[in-house]
Design a protein around this ligand. Structure first.
Ligand code: CA
Length: 441
């Protein structure tokens, strides 16, 4: 999920309120929140669109710390102790810890190329993952029944998250969480946030859930089979197998229940769908396809939406609030997404991720196929091209905000305005065609 730890969190905060559907590049990264405890799932970066081709700029890569690591550690030790960490716990956890340059490098990488959403989904819902998930649904059937009863979160979604976050525990990250977070607190772009996570990590160790050498995770500090960051662990990890420790690293039972606890807190509605694919009628106003435009399913039906086969939308969901998602713009498939989609976004604020979870959870029982055609011939804009697009939009009085390469709410609105003045479908989706058009004098 994350390729860039401080940027991700920063991005998340900026976009959380205004734009649920962040489909491009940097913002595509799973994000962990600061204000509300959420988690980083850096391992998903392996399958996330924007991390496919990370190309850190080594030329700009040099540390210029204001103090030595030892000086920082001494200062931070005082903070940790005043936050209630015992000195013996701190000293043991920090024994031999040095900054990890691979973490600094990952923190500063700015991926130039992003993977198209259809490629992301192809790997998210791979046949291998589906088969393994089906086997685990059977293997853990009794546990999942208990978890469903306790937390009211559907088992298919839990197993889908498990598969997406860590390939069912297979890839949890192999880096020392203390060392990674210490590096980021010392020399990262969001030191305050990293320090909060580091203190939370020390609290976990002090609580006795795990020892420091076994506390492994991603470079950004996302831990275990659920890829919780430490603060999310402290608020939501549970000991469901009853051995006295919240072990999201080694206990699938604890990991599944912790995921359920988090999704429950995020507003999961048991038995309700995440959403479903729809078909739009000719002449549909694509400007309505925006996370901020929520209508009941009944209202969407009145606007001409049908299921892909042309039949009426599900009668059971008519009163639910839904937004229309066009992950690849008007040329690709369309989806109505409901409350459970929003709950998944709280796990990881990426609409591609949420779509992947939704479709994967259905695929376990044979569903989850997308009938609409993805525009597989289209190439997503690179980061440089997104920045150029934003710059050109703003130069034409379509205010795209800061040219940061992130297609958030402002940029999307600017794209829609430009599309409307060109007489194009106003889907707010950044394309090569639009960039070409704006490059013309
Ligand atoms: Ca346990």
């Amino acid at each position: 999920m994350p390729h860039s730890f401080p940027r991700r969190w920063h991005v998340r905060q900026m976009i959380a309120a205004s734009s649920l559907f962040v489909l491009v590049a940097c913002a595509e990264q799973p994000t962990a929140a600061v204000a509300t405890p959420l988690q980083a799932a850096s391992l998903v970066a392996k399958t996330a669109p924007s991390t496919a081709v990370a190309q850190p700029d080594d030329a700009n890569f040099e540390i210029q710390p204001a103090m030595t690591f030892a000086e920082w550690q001494s200062m931070f030790r005082a903070q940790a102790l005043s936050a209630g960490i015992r000195s013996d716990v701190f000293d043991k956890a920090f024994a031999g810890v040095t900054p990890d340059m691979s973490v600094v490098k990952a923190d500063r990488s700015q991926p130039e190329f992003s993977r198209p959403v259809w490629e992301y989904l192809d790997s998210a819902i791979s046949a291998v993952r589906v088969r393994k998930g089906q086997a685990l649904l059977a293997q853990y059937a009794d546990t999942l029944t208990q978890i469903e009863q306790r937390y009211g979160v559907d088992r298919q979604a839990l197993v889908a998250v498990w598969g997406m976050e860590s390939s069912f525990g297979q890839f949890q990250g192999t880096q020392s969480v203390i060392r990674s977070l210490a590096t980021l607190a010392y020399e990262g772009r969001r030191p305050q946030f990293a320090q909060e996570q580091l203190i939370a990590a020390l609290q976990i160790i002090q609580h006795g859930d795990i020892d420091a050498p076994s506390m492994l995770g991603s470079w950004a500090g996302a831990m275990g089979q659920t890829q919780f960051i430490p603060t999310t662990y402290n608020t939501h990890a549970v000991d469901f197998d009853g051995d006295g420790r919240r072990d999201i690293w080694n206990s699938p039972v604890d990991a599944l229940a912790s995921t359920a606890h988090y999704l429950q807190s995020s507003g999961w509605q048991k038995g309700q769908p995440w959403g479903f694919e729809v078909q739009l009628r000719q002449g549909f106003d694509y400007a309505l396809a925006d996370a901020s435009t929520r209508k009941t399913v009944a209202e969407w039906q009145q606007l001409g939406l049908t299921l892909p086969n042309g039949s009426a939308l599900p009668a059971n969901e008519m009163q639910q609030q839904a937004a229309l998602l066009l992950p690849a713009g008007y040329k690709g498939p369309a989806f109505l997404v409901l409350d459970n989609f929003r709950a998944i976004l709280k796990y990881n604020n990426s609409s591609s991720y949420a779509l992947g979870i939704g479709l994967l959870s259905e695929r376990f029982s044979g569903g989850g196929s997308v009938l609409g055609q993805w525009p597989r011939g289209d190439r997503p804009l690179s980061r440089s091209e997104r920045i150029e697009l934003q710059t050109l939009l703003s130069a034409r009085q379509y205010d795209a905000g800061a040219p940061d390469g992130i297609i958030g709410a402002n940029t999307r609105k600017a794209i829609r305005n430009a599309q409307q003045s060109l007489g194009w479908p106003a889907d707010g989706y950044p394309t090569q065609e639009l960039l070409e058009s704006l490059r013309k004098p």
